[in-house]
Every structure is written in structure tokens, then in C-alpha cells.
Design a protein around this ligand. Structure first.
Ligand code: NAP
Length: 303
């Protein structure tokens, strides 16, 4: 079957694009290689999406998914593995060996969690090192845990874990946090969050599971005994597959696609939306806006 539109990635941008495309009359398929929702599913509570305060990331995703599928979206749980986007028919091969075709394509592959790259990290991924407090926090009920990072994600994770765990050590490489002031204030007011700044994580150690983090502090090296470490040190764009389809100048030095607010790429009929696009603000609301813009561009291109 030749679709009007294939969307790659089922985060907020991709699902919003699906809603707009279906309502615009496009026969649309969405490929998602993991769980729908993207990064937001690990957010226990959204506080800044307009008119929807205090909704969980999972609940938000569920409603958006229902909205898109009720409009007739063809959702497939497959990862894109191969692209051929140069011609008027865009071809996508999946990891499972399927091939799909469409007249337009929206790339919304989002971001992956950044790693610290220090010794022991690979050993304890999934065995004490986690990227998602909402998913794994309960495993560490009444235990001591660490959160690494100083952005919004790190502070939100620390606040979430503080309600479950005995103590949360927030480890950040600088004195100043880049998280928004309201979050910083709440963290400072939470008695069982211990701020450790500036510290650098040198290594993760343990047996079968993580048992301690080795830190470089101003006073020297230190061992911090924890049952888990939640890494929140930023994200890297998942644009590797798209990169060889675009011109070299369409990716910046960090790997983000340099498409503007119109979400256009140099390839006719190919659009990019969401966090994998270079932009000044990566939030749920800007991801949703990108999805709407990219779908509108696809509709205009086909008409
Ligand atoms: P981020 O804002 O990029 O913060 C990453 C943090 O990790 C920074 O504090 C950074 O330290 C630290 N870091 C990076 N590399 C490191 C390394 N190698 N070793 C040690 N520390 C390292 O990432 P984020 O918190 O995941 O947020 C990503 C985007 O999503 C942001 O735009 C954020 O505003 C948005 N977001 C918004 C919300 C919300 O509005 N509620 C929630 C979550 C995320 P430095 O500060 O020293 O660079």
C-alpha cells in the first residue's frame, strides 16, 4: 500500500502530527520501535503543559494515542532500519524486514539518554543504573539512591524519588543548576534530598548490582553507597539513520537537524519535527507544535 504519510517516532511530536494528518485526510502510518510517548512517559507529573496541570506523562500519552488511533492512524510497533527518501515515493525498511512506502515522511525520532562514559557504567545498566525514576523508582523503596545531573529532568527525578526512597543524593558537576527556579526551590525544601555539588562521577562499582558510586569532590575521592543511580545528564538526538539522506549542513555539530520552524528539509516531502530538530526550547508544548506544523506541511505538499 502507498500511504500519504509515514511518521517515524511515536512521541508527542509524532502523535500530534498523526492527529493533524488524519484530520487533514491523509492515509497515515506511524512507526514506533519502542513504547509510544517518547521521553514524556518517564515523567511522573507534567506541570507546565497549558490547561493540563498535574497529568502524568503516561496518562497524557494514552489520551494522545487514543486521539490519533480513533482518527484511523495505522500504528505499527516496528523500528525503522533503512530509509530511501530521495524520490517522490519515500521508502522505509524496518528491523523486522518489512518495507513501507509513502508520498511524504515526517521524521520525529526524538532523543536518546546521554551516558557518562565512566568505568562500570555499561556493567550496571539495568542493574542499578536507570534513566527513569517513574519506571524503576519503586525497586528502591526506602533505599539510598543517587541522581546525576543538574537540569529539569534531574531535579524532577530527584523530587519523585524523594517520596519513595530513604535519601536521594543529587550529584551535579557545577554549583549552579540549570533547572528552572521553581524546581530548584522545591528540591531545596525537600529534607531527604542531599545536594552534592560540585562533584564528578568517576566510576560505578558493585557486584551483581550497583553498590556504590566513586566521586571526585573538592576534598578528594569519595565512595557513596547507593542502591541505584538515575542518570539525567541530557540527551543526544537519534538522527543517525536520517543523516545520510540529508545534506551535511542539515545537521549541526551536536547532531540535531537544522530545519527551521517550518520543519522543512532539503528533500521534497520530508519533514522533521520535535526534539531531534535544532530549536531553542525542548518542551512538550514545542514538540506538539512541531508535529502540527510538519503535518500541515505534508498536507500542503500533497495538495
Ligand atoms: P539538560 O537540561 O541538558 O541538563 C543536563 C544536565 O546534565 C546538565 O545539568 C549538565 O550539566 C549535566 N551533564 C551533561 N553532561 C554531563 C556529563 N558528561 N557529566 C556530568 N553532568 C553532565 O537535560 P535535561 O534535564 O534532560 O532536559 C532536556 C530538555 O528537556 C531541556 O530543554 C529541559 O528544559 C527539558 N525538560 C523540561 C521539563 C519541564 O519543563 N518540566 C522536564 C524535563 C526536561 P551542566 O549544567 O554543567 O551543563
Amino acid at each position: 500500500m502507498l500511504y500519504d504519510l509515514i511518521i517515524i517516532g511515536g512521541g508527542t511530536a509524532g502523535l500530534t502530527a498523526a492527529v493533524y494528518a488524519q484530520r487533514g485526510g491523509l492515509k497515515t502510518m506511524l512507526l514506533e520501535g519502542n513504547v509510544p510517548g517518547g521521553q514524556i512517559v518517564s515523567s511522573p507529573e507534567l506541570e507546565n503543559y497549558p490547561a493540563l496541570p498535574k497529568v502524568s506523562g503516561v496518562a497524557f500519552t494514552q489520551r494522545l494515542l487514543e486521539q490519533a488511533t480513533e482518527l484511523g492512524l495505522d500504528l505499527k510497533y516496528e523500528a525503522a532500519a533503512e530509509l530511501n527518501l530521495a524520490g517522490p515515493v519515500k521508502e522505509v525498511g524496518t528491523a523486522g524486514g518489512n518495507k513501507y512506502q509513502a508520498r511524504t515522511l515526517i521524521w520525529t525520532a526524538g532523543l536518546n539518554s546521554r551516558l557518562l562514559g565512566c568505568p562500570g557504567e555499561d556493567n550496571f545498566l539495568g542493574r542499578g543504573i536507570s534513566f527513569c525514576a517513574a519506571c524503576d523508582g519503586m525497586l528502591y523503596k526506602n533505599k539510598e539512591v543517587a541522581v546525576v545531573g543538574g537540569g529539569n529532568t534531574a531535579l524532577e527525578e530527584a523530587l519523585f524519588l524523594s517520596k519513595i526512597c530513604l535519601r536521594v543524593h543529587l550529584l551535579h558537576r557545577r554549583e549552579a543548576f540549570r533547572a528552572e527556579a521553581a524546581l530548584q526551590q522545591r528540591v531545596q525544601q525537600t529534607p531527604n534530598i542531599v545536594l552534592r555539588t560540585p562533584v564528578q562521577v568517576l566510576a560505578f562499582e558493585g557486584g551483581k548490582r550497583l553498590e556504590r558510586v566513586i566521586l571526585q569532590t573538592a576534598g578528594g575521592q569519595e565512595e557513596l553507597s547507593v542502591s541505584a543511580a538515575f542518570l539525567a545528564v541530557g540527551k543526544v538526538p537519534s538522527n543517525q539513520l536520517l543523516a545520510n539522506q540529508l545534506l551535511p549542513e542539515e545537521l549541526d555539530e551536536a547532531g540535531y537537524v537544522t530545519a527551521g520552524e517550518d520543519c522543512l528539509t532539503s528533500l521534497p516531502g520530508v519533514f522533521v519535527a520535535g526534539d531531534c530538530r535544532r530549536k531553542p526550547l525542548r518542551q512538550l508544548v514545542t514538540a506538539a507544535a512541531d508535529g502540527a506544523v510538519a503535518a500541515s506541511q505534508a498536507i500542503a505538499y500533497l495538495h
